[in-house]
Design a protein around this ligand. Structure first.
Ligand code: PLP
Length: 428
């Protein structure tokens, strides 16, 4: 495969865009080499600027659950664009997508649309603070909730101590209200509640973590969080930016039968356009301006093109009673195939999977939190990544990312991928 044009485009981009990219993970810093510049994509395939075809296992980091350039979504956007691209005034389509989302997801009465997952999580925290009158919240090490200041906190020494900033620009003042816990460690969460009585507004969690590879919640973990929140008058926020409209119609709440107080969305809900949303029962949502005192706004929020893409995507998912089963079956098939070839080639691995979220770790031990996610063989992952690209398969350029399976993948594509993993793993 040749990457001349991608290299050239990257060199040009680096002159005018920091690191040549508008979001850091695209820069290949983790795996090395030159980022691949996409020219177009259709279904399960990416076509790059050098004319290579790659089977896509990132799918824009989740949104393209039905494949790239999915005709109903594309057509809906084209038709909407002809009527104007933004008004900053209410439109009927906003209510249509809100009604549909509320009907698909359990435990929510009202939803507000924003422009990204970051905005959704940031606003959800503000709402929880306003609603409870408390400042602190608990997040889990290794969970990502966007790049808003209070989320960019790493695990400090001892989870009961205050967090410390891990990005310059995040002040100590902000960091001290973010309490860190270890994923899947309920004792740790209990200790935080003990040490911060009546001060914790919310727990925010990825109900299936997807930003340290894919990490499922241990049996009962989400229920235990629910109970602790109830006991402490704390809101439970599910960040379903990845899991929402992917693991089930009603997301992780439905899959695990656990009730969240506030739910954040992004990715699939926008059908590939910039959309996020947060939702809750009405007494919480009514705390938002203009009804309530918690301010939240956006010039382009509820943008007609974004709403057209999102509404069409949700309608397609809602109408297809087999979609989540099909995604599960395809991903299970892929998992089985990968297990077989890695075992045959004597590679130590752990595979985590929930529905159509899957990650391969080059470590034989269980991966269940941020610390264990860091134990994998990084060099092996890099070789694996570059080897797969050569074979025409594109996975996330980082061992800490989940693969997102699209319904556009055929069983032939999956067999092709498993054969590619066989070839590559022989050389690892
Ligand atoms: N929450 C989760 C779980 C995410 O995975 C992401 C992004 O990957 C975000 C929030 C932030 O979303 P966005 O990148 O749209 O701001």
């Amino acid at each position: 495969m040749l990457y001349q044009r991608s290299s050239q485009l990257f060199a040009e981009a680096e002159k005018v865009i920091p690191g040549g990219v508008n979001s850091p993970v695209r820069a290949f810093k983790y795996v090395g080499g030159t980022p691949i510049f996409v020219k177009e994509a259709k279904g399960a395939y990416l076509y790059d600027e050098d004319g290579n075809r790659l089977i896509d296992y990132i799918n824009s980091w989740g949104p393209m659950i039905l494949g790239h350039a999915y005709a109903p979504v594309v057509n809906a956007v084209i038709e909407k664009a002809k009527k104007g691209t933004s008004f900053g005034m209410p439109t009927e389509i906003e209510t249509q997508i809100a009604e549909l989302a509320v009907s698909m997801v359990p435990n929510i009465d009202k939803i507000r649309f924003v422009n990204s997952g970051t905005e959704a999580c940031m606003s959800a925290i503000r709402l929880a603070r306003g609603f409870t009158g408390r400042d602190k919240f608990i997040k889990f090490a290794g969970c990502y909730h966007g790049h808003s200041d209070s989320f960019l906190i790493q695990a400090g020494s001892g989870a009961i101590t205050f967090g410390s900033p891990n990005s310059p620009g995040v002040t100590e003042g902000t960091a001290k209200d973010t309490l860190l816990a270890n994923y899947n460690d309920i004792e740790n969460v209990k200790a935080l509640f003990e040490a911060n009585k009546n001060q914790i507004a919310a727990i925010i969690i990825e109900p299936v973590a997807g930003n340290m590879g894919c990490i499922p919640p241990k049996n009962g973990f989400l229920n235990d969080l629910r109970r602790l929140c109830d006991e402490n008058n704390t809101l439970l926020i599910f960040d379903e930016v990845m899991t929402g409209f992917r693991l089930a119609k009603g997301g992780a709440q439905e899959l695990y039968d656990v009730k969240a107080d506030v739910v954040c969305f992004g990715k699939v809900i926008g059908g590939g356009l910039p959309v996020g949303a947060f939702a809750a029962r009405k007494e919480i949502m009514n705390y938002l301006a203009p009804l309530g005192p918690v301010y939240q706004a956006g010039t382009l929020s509820g943008n007609p093109l974004a709403m057209a893409a999102g509404l069409t995507m949700l309608q397609e998912l809602n109408a297809d009673s087999q979609i989540f089963k099909r995604l599960e079956e395809k991903t299970a098939y892929l998992e089985k195939g990968i297990r077989e070839v890695l075992t045959k080639n004597n590679i130590e691995y752990t595979i985590n999977r929930v529905g159509s979220m899957i990650s391969v770790h080059f470590d034989k031990d269980e991966v269940y939190d941020f610390n264990t996610s860091k134990n994998g063989d990084n060099q092996r992952f890099k070789d694996f990544f570059h080897g797969l690209v050569k074979e025409g398969v594109y996975i996330a350029p980082s061992a800490y990312e989940t693969w997102f399976i699209t319904d556009a993948l055929t069983y032939e594509d999956l067999d092709f991928t498993i054969a590619a993993i066989d070839t590559v793993s022989k050389k690892l």
